[in-house]
Structure formats: C-alpha cells, structure tokens
Design a protein around this ligand. Structure first.
Ligand code: I6G
Length: 674
C-alpha cells in the first residue's frame, strides 16, 4: 500500500492518537478523552487493519496481545548484568553505607542521593531499538533471564513505541512490574467467586501473571510498570544525574515513581524514609523500602560494584509486613452489632514493626477460603495500622494433629442461637441487648472519645460495670452513684467523682456525636455528620423514610435501610427517650441548602499526596462545603490542591492559569470555612 494512500495516513494518525491517549490514561493517570472515544478510535484502527493487513506494524496499539501460547520461555542473555541491591535495615546501617561512599570518594562533603520507593514487584529489562520495544526479560540469575516479551507487551503502561525525541539508538530500561493493591483484591475476589485459588499477595500475583505462557491471560491481569533506571545505552546520551535520567524516561513515555526526590546527606535521606513509611499503607501499591542511589552518574562510575551489587546504591528496607507463625487456637468474639468474629490466637511474632499475637479471621467464608486448621503454620500480614490478617497456610508444615475450626451454633457469650443473614458473610448472635457482649460493646462505643467522650470510662470499667450488673444500657450510666463506683476495684473516691463529672459533661453534646454514639450499623462519624447536617434535628431525621434518607450525600440504599430500621425499633426509641430524660441534649443545626454552601458551584481537583489526610478525606471535606471534586483539570477548574508528587495535573493547571494551592493553604481554607 502506498505511503500516501488515505488508509495508510489514517492508520498512522489513529496510531499516534491512541499512543497519546494510552500514555495519558495508563502512565499519567490523566485521560484527555472518555473511554468510549478511545474504544472508538481503537475499533476504527482494528477495522482498517483487518481490511488492509499490510498496514499492521508490530508496535501498533492493536498488537499488544498477540501470538499463540508458548511451550516455554526462551532464555536470553542480558546486555549488561542485572544486579541486585544491598539491603540496610536501620539508620545506623544506612549511615555506615554513606560513610563508605564518602570514604571511597575521598570526600567529607555531603553526597546527593536520589530517593525512590522500592516497589514490591518483579524486576525486568526492556530493550528499545530506534524507540520501538524489541525485548522484555526477567532478571533471572542476573546474567540471563527469560524472554517474556509477549507478556510484557500486554501491559498498557509499557510503551510499545517511545514518545518525544532524542531516543538513543538502543535503550535498555529497567523497572519493576507490579500489581496495584486494588487490582490484586479484585483479582482475588473474582478467583473466590469462581472457586479458584487466589494469590497470597500482590507481588506473587504479578509474578504469576508474568509467568503465564498464554499472553491473553497476562493481558487480563492489572499489571503496571515503574521504570527505575537504565542498563545498556548505545547511540545516544543520557543526563548526568540519575533523577534527571528518570525524568527523561518519563518524557519518553515511561511511568516513574511519583515520589522521586533528591536528598543531600544522611539526614535528608532519613526524613524521606520516614515520610514514605508514614504513607506506606495509604499508597495504592506495595513497597518494601526506599532505594537510595548516589545521584551523580560520574560518582556512580567512580564507586563501581562489589560482587553482584552496586556500591552506589542501597535498599533501606521497611520492617517486614509478612511473617510466619503458628495458629494456637481460634476464639469467637461478639461485636457491638452481634457479629461473631473468629480471632486467631498466634504464637507471638514480630511483624510490621510490632509483636502480633492475634489476627482476625473475619468470618466462616474466610476460614474456608484459607483452609486453615488449629496447629497450622500460617503467614501473617500486618500493613500499617490495619488489623493483622492471616494471608495463607503453609500446608507443607501442617502437623498430623491439626484440628478443624468449628463455627459455634450458639453465641459463645449468651448462648442465643446464631443466624446468618442472606447475602452477608457475618454470622450474628440473635440475643440483641440481652447478650452481655453486645451490651458491653454498645456502651463502650457510646462512651468513646469520638462519640460521647466520657473521660475515664474505659473498656475495662465498662466490662466491670456490666459484669457487676450495675448497668445494662447507656441510660444506666447516668444513674450511677459515687458509692457504687467507689466500691469497684481500683476506683478511689476521687476517680469516682471524676467519672460522675465526666458523665455530667457528656450530657451536653452535638447531634453528629449523638447519632454516632447510638451505634447504628454502618453509620460512622462521617455519615453521622452528614445526616446531622442534612436534617438539622433528630425529629427531622426520625421522620425521614428510606427514600428521603437516600437523598443525603453518600447515603446509599444499605445505609438508608440500616438507619430506617434502627429508628423503627421501639426499643431504640426508648433508649433515646431515656437518654434525653437523663439530660442528654444538643443544639439543632441550621439546615443550609446546598447552593448556599460556601464552595457551591466550585470545582476542585486534588493531585499528589497530602500528609495530613487521605485524598478521600480531602474530597469529603470539600464536598461537605458544597464543592465538586473532579478527576482532571480543565479551564472550568476553580482550584487545584497539589501535594508532593503532583504530576501532570499540576503542569496542566499551571499551563491553563488555574489557581494552585499547597496543603498548608488547603488546611487554612478548611479552617476558615469551618
Ligand atoms: O531491584 C531494584 C529495585 C529498585 C533495583 C533498583 C531499584 O531502584 C529504584 N535499582 C538498582 C540499581 C538495582 N535494582 C540493581
């Protein structure tokens, strides 16, 4: 087909448009057109290539998933060895690494390092010749790996052809293929629905997906690339600093970490490590540490290598999030709403920076999914502040004495029958407030800081008060006397009086706090606050049916049903009445129509990371003031809130002249509006 034919030119145009949209969607996370438009362009190109197969080229976006399943992966030699990194585990070891670097460089001056999160994935090498992806290989033994080109081509954030200009004749890019946490959870949910075995963690899922002999399977897995460096380069020059090289890779279409930073000397590196560790659990992907590299390529060359690792780089690992231990027993806990949770009692193990001796097993479905028995060796995961989880069983270590876990047929606390609600995984005690466990939990929740904030009424004291029969419900708290309290263990006269004073103070509360304190299922602090703001008074809320409840922002049919069911129960209304009779009171809230809210009609965009709150919280706060929070920047955007690591959205805002504020200014704005 001649190169000036209409079809040839149209195919070229479609490919270049699709390349641009693909990069914006999968690499920059900032799509320019809706998915439907992308699909339309793709379909047009597919149709054109079907009619004129001579138009097909290897790096066409239609050719990501191609080839028949392989029998085995071919072994390929790396152009340069793929090294591994030395690890350090604490600040002292890191300082010793820095000392060695400076001794070798014969300098007392502070060294500039690049700082990057260490993605928990699979290291790969990508070779581009004349800007087109030619080969992808695993690290293997460092000298030779497996040719996984067909699989890697299916990963949408891996460019098949580089964008921009000035590509070297041959460019080897190295990076990590990983699976984001959300994609991993979805994959495992699907596996569970289909009755197949899921993966233990995102890293194993990424490895398993890359190891598929059929590229179509890999294509169905949510894999991503994070480029972290270059290997062989021929016929071209790269910048003299590692961080600038990564920025150059980003300009050629690769996704690089959003948390790239330069740091001078040990202290700045340690601050980066601490900052990243603090947000580790909130990142959408797993990381297992920070990689620090001497940033100057000239100094890297001067430092050279030892055995299989560079002298100019080190991985400063975070405490392990997964460890192995033994399941000693399973106990069943009854929660505030009667849900019965199996709790794993474990041989204590140090994981995620703390000693863990209990982990949740969630429910009977989870026990079945894990196939776990008492006596098993299990893998425990503790990520951030999340409750430790049992992720898998090491079957090869199962003792012959291992015992099945039997879910109780009656409540372990009150003996009432247990019931499983259709469509719910939880098994619940049917005892309601007859069950001392539910009673205790409801009172503990009522007294908690975020609810009625009754200072001095801790969990142990509530346990004692219920066990001694001094209280059976929240109202009884307000009937307690100094004599009754002083009779309790470790409760002096003064503490008793302090508690009575705190109880008295708690009577003056706010509607959001009171609604939260009632412990309605699925009504957390944020929902309680939204309900209070929407209805203004308890009377208005009581009068609302499910449909009206669903008009409230973020209240869906499930929460609406829970709220309506709670207020339809005369026992709950009695409790509320009783509390009011004991003097619990609050001021009603003036209901503001949405259009009179201070940010009504304004569109905000959030980009980068905020240190003081998650993006969801920031969104909720803005929406509570009437703002709309959009996913991309346009001329219509009123303001962009940009935290560290902000990328293309920030550049776009700047180019369009949209006002940009940082986190400090954002917090100030919230304070002024509150
Ligand atoms: O395995 C690795 C992960 C991340 C690396 C690495 C990295 O930089 C962020 N860098 C080097 C130099 C090596 N392995 C050998």
């Amino acid at each position: 087909m001649p190169e000036y034919s209409q079809e040839f030119l149209r195919a070229q145009q479609l490919r270049s448009e699709l390349l641009r949209h693909n990069h914006r969607y999968y690499v920059l996370d900032d799509p320019e057109v809706p998915d439907a438009e992308y699909d339309r362009l793709m379909r047009e190109l597919q149709a054109l290539e079907e009619r004129f197969p001579e138009l097909i080229i290897a790096d066409s976006p239609t050719q990501r998933v191609g080839g028949s399943p392989l029998d085995a992966f071919a072994e390929v030699a790396h152009l340069r060895p793929m090294l591994s990194l030395d690890n350090v585990f604490d600040a002292e070891e890191f300082a010793a690494f820095d000392r060695r670097v400076r001794e070798r460089l014969k300098t007392t001056a502070e060294v500039e390092y690049s700082c990057e999160p260490k993605y928990d994935g699979i290291a790969i090498s990508l070779i581009y010749r004349k800007g087109v992806l030619e080969r992808a290989a695993t690290r293997g033994d460092g000298n030779a790996g497996e040719d996984i080109t067909l699989n890697v081509r299916t990963i949408k954030s891996v460019p098949l052809r580089l964008i921009g200009e000035g590509h070297p004749e041959l460019l080897e890019v190295r990076g990590e293929i990983y699976m984001p946490k959300a994609g991993f959870e979805q994959l495992n949910r699907r596996a569970q629905e289909q009755g197949t075995k899921g993966f233990v963690n995102p890293r194993n899922a990424a490895a398993g997906s890359l190891r598929q002999l059929d590229p179509k399977l890999t294509a169905s897995r949510p894999l991503m690339l994070c480029a972290y460096g270059v290997g062989e380069v021929q016929g071209g020059e790269l910048p003299g600093r590692h961080t600038d090289t990564l920025r150059q890779l980003a300009a050629w279409g690769f996704s690089i970490t959003r948390d790239l930073q330069e740091a001078l000397g040990v202290n700045e590196c340690l601050s980066f490590y601490q900052r990243l560790q603090a947000k580790r659990a909130d990142l959408p992907y797993d990381i297992d540490g920070v990689v620090f590299k001497v940033n100057s390529l000239e100094l890297q060359v001067a430092l050279g290598f030892v055995a299989k690792a560079p002298r100019w780089a080190v991985a400063f690992k975070f405490p392990a999030q997964e460890e192995m231990t033994t399941l000693r027993a399973v106990e069943f806990q009854v929660g505030r709403t009667g849900s019965i949770t199996p709790v794993a009692r474990l041989e204590p193990v140090f994981v995620g920076g703390v000693t863990v001796s209990n982990a949740t097993l969630h429910n009977s479905d989870e026990i079945e999914r894990l196939g776990v028995k008492v006596g098993d060796t299990v893998i425990i995961r503790r990520a951030g502040d999340v409750i430790p989880q049992v992720v898998s069983v090491v079957l090869s270590k199962r003792p012959t004495s291992a015992q099945e876990i039997c879910f109780p047929a009656t409540c372990p606390v009150c003996g009432s029958p247990v019931a499983r609600v259709e469509g719910e995984a939880a098994v619940r005690c049917t005892g309601g407030l007859i069950c001392p466990a539910q009673r205790k939990e409801a009172i503990k929740h009522y007294a908690s800081r975020q609810a009625m904030d009754i200072e001095g009424l801790g969990d142990k004291l509530v346990d004692a008060l219920v066990e001694k029969g001094l209280i059976t419900s929240m109202e009884d708290l307000y009937e307690l006397t100094a004599e009754q309290l002083a009779g309790l263990e470790r409760m002096g006269k003064k503490s008793a009086q302090n508690l009575l004073d705190a109880l008295e103070r708690s009577k003056s509360t706010t509607l959001p706090k009171f609604l939260f304190a009632l412990g309605i299922r699925d009504v957390g602090q944020a929902t309680a606050a939204t309900l209070a703001k929407h209805f203004g008074s308890l009377e208005n809320l009581l009068a609302a049916d499910e449909l009206r409840l669903q008009e409230v922002q973020d209240v869906g049919p499930i929460v609406a049903k829970r709220v309506a069911t709670f207020f339809a129960d005369p026992r709950n209304l009695d409790v509320i009445q009783g509390l009011r009779e004991h003097g619990v009171h609050w001021a009603d809230i003036a209901v503001m129509p949405r259009e009179t809210l201070p940010l009504a009609g304004k569109t905000y965009v959030l980009t980068g990371n905020l240190e003081s709150m998650t993006r969801e919280d920031a969104k909720a706060r803005l929406e509570a003031f009437g703002a709309k929070v959009a996913g991309s920047v346009s001329k219509k955007t009123d303001c962009v809130v940009a935290g560290p690591g902000a990328g293309s959205k920030l550049s776009k805002a700047e180019s369009l002249g949209v006002p940009v504020i940082d986190e400090a200014a954002f917090l100030k704005l919230l304070e002024q509006l509150a």
